[in-house]
Design a binder for this molecule. Structure first.
Ligand SMILES: Nc1ncnc2c1ncn2[C@@H]1O[C@H](COP(=O)(O)OP(=O)(O)OP(=O)(O)O)[C@@H](O)[C@H]1O
Ligand SMILES: Nc1nc2c(ncn2[C@@H]2O[C@H](CO)[C@@H](O)[C@H]2O)c(=O)[nH]1
Length: 435
């Protein structure tokens, strides 16, 4: 396990207190794979193509939306893309697959993917390519075999840069509740799911499999992390999602549009604050405005920031951003903490592709949470664990890290990281990590 702060010792938390029990990094690295994350996804390959608005209309798609299409329409659409030579890239995708892959790359550690995979894989098929483009640290041993194809996600980019997803599901929603391994969930640092999993045809088992996984997570006190998908999935029934989140979820990851549909607040900070009515921790990405986080800490141990105080809809909201996040139920006196960060380096000079930037931010947060659990499992008496913290780092530091990972996704074409972050940030130290 690589630690999120390994790039510079001073990024450990608490930065001034190196743990005397933790004499060397080797101690941690030799301890084995005791902490990992598990996620459920619809196994999907992204097929990316540039199209015009007419194409979107002809296939009755909706700009910015992710819609499921029927097999016959998918074949027609695919034929048109192929005949007109419009396909520019093909990547392994799926929002949770992306997140787990990124996590495994960043942490150099195990993640477990639950979903479906073809029993018979032909060389060159989409299933084959999915596996070839997935980190070898992602454990695929618990996938459920199916006799048919995995899903295809036609990622259609129009002239305005908007992405429209047309999903040809294949057998991606055939994951059954009995294929969810209780022990794998029981020992995980987090269970990661997406709102997309609940969007299925009547009779498809994926929603029941998801609920089964959530029940196991709750039974074993494993945090459930929900990433939203698109604003349309939430806008279809915000009341359902509010209730679902309040009942089942401890960490929510969303962008500002999804946050608006869920809470009715346009301001990402207020939306994240509202989400704390239901969960322990919220991550809200906001494109060019960077990202926000909101969570809880133990009131007695809240830590003041050394950064300039920021005022938004909540006055001086980042005052205690140097605190580590805790689950609300673990606090005797829960105290709300917030943080915000601008895009890393002001954003890249040239954005290659925004697809997956939000998934990247979430994988950084999951890395921090899993590093904390890894540390606690291996050095339970460490001063870092005098309280049952959720994150290894302060909220401010997690924001920085999440933003840094998003930047890395923006400067490459694939929605999944093609490599980890550089061990040493050339020339960026002053401008970012030290800010
Ligand atoms: N135009 C931009 N300029 C600078 N940074 C950006 C820009 N767009 C995104 N980012 C960075 O990427 C992060 C995530 O972006 P965004 O809010 O667009 O995610 P998203 O909509 O959830 O993405 P996706 O659904 O494709 O994974 C932002 O918090 C920010 O750090
Ligand atoms: N699991 C899942 N992922 C999707 C869906 N629609 C788009 N995505 C993924 O979202 C990712 C970007 O966040 C892309 O790589 C797509 O593969 C869907 O319906 N289900």
């Amino acid at each position: 396990m690589k630690f999120p702060g390994q790039r510079k010792s001073k990024h450990y938390f608490p930065v001034s207190l190196r743990d005397p029990l933790l004499s060397s990094q080797d101690l941690i690295n030799s301890a084995g794979d005791h902490a990992y994350i598990v996620g459920i996804d619809q196994t999907l390959v992204d097929i990316e193509a540039k199209v015009d608005d007419d194409f979107i209309q002809r296939y009755q798609l909706s700009q910015g939306h992710s819609l499921v299409i029927e097999d016959a329409i998918a074949e027609r659409l695919y034929r048109e893309l192929t005949e007109k030579n419009l396909i520019s890239h093909e990547f392994a995708g799926g929002t949770i697959g992306n997140t787990l892959h990124n996590y495994s790359l960043l942490a150099d550690n195990r993640s477990v993917l639950l979903g479906t995979m073809c029993n018979n894989i032909q060389i060159g098929s989409y299933a084959y390519r999915y596996l070839c483009h997935t980190s070898s640290r992602m454990d695929l041993n618990y996938l459920q075999g199916v006799n048919g194809p995995i899903g295809r996600c036609f990622t259609l980019i129009t002239e305005n840069g908007e992405r429209t997803f047309a999903i040809s599901p294949g057998l991606m929603n055939q994951l059954r509740p009995e294929s969810i391994p209780e022990q794998i969930i029981a020992e995980a640092s987090a269970l990661v799911i997406t709102a997309y999993l609940v969007r299925c045809q009547p009779g498809e088992p994926m929603p029941a499999a998801t609920i089964q996984a959530i029940e196991y997570a709750k039974k074993h006190d494993v945090p459930v992390v929900l990433t939203m998908g698109t604003k349309f999935v939430i806008a279809d029934d915000p009341a359902f999602w509010q209730d679902f989140i309040a009942k089942h979820v401890s960490i929510v990851a969303m962008n500002e549009e999804e946050a608006f549909e869920l809470t009715g607040f346009n301001d990402p900070l207020l939306a994240a604050d509202k989400v704390l009515d239901w969960v322990d921790l919220a991550l809200c990405t906001a494109g060019v405005d960077g990202l926000y986080m909101a969570g809880f800490t133990e009131s007695t141990y809240k830590r003041k920031t050394q950064h300039p105080l920021l005022s938004g809809a909540i006055k001086q909201f980042n005052r205690y951003e140097f605190s580590r996040a805790m689950r609300k139920k673990d606090c005797q006196i829960p105290f709300k903490i917030y943080s915000h960060i601008e895009p890393y380096m002001g954003g890249p000079d040239k954005i290659m592709n925004t697809n997956g930037a939000g998934d990247g931010a979430l994988s950084a947060l999951l890395h921090d949470i899993t590093a904390n659990r890894f540390h606690r499992l291996n050095i339970p008496n460490s001063t870092k664990h005098f309280l049952p913290f959720l994150t290894y780092s302060s909220l401010a530091q997690v924001c920085k890290y999440a933003n840094r990972v998003s930047y890395q996704v923006l400067i490459q074409h694939s929605p999944r990281l093609t490599r980890s972050l550089p061990e040493k940030e050339d020339s960026l130290e002053e401008s970012y990590w030290e800010r």
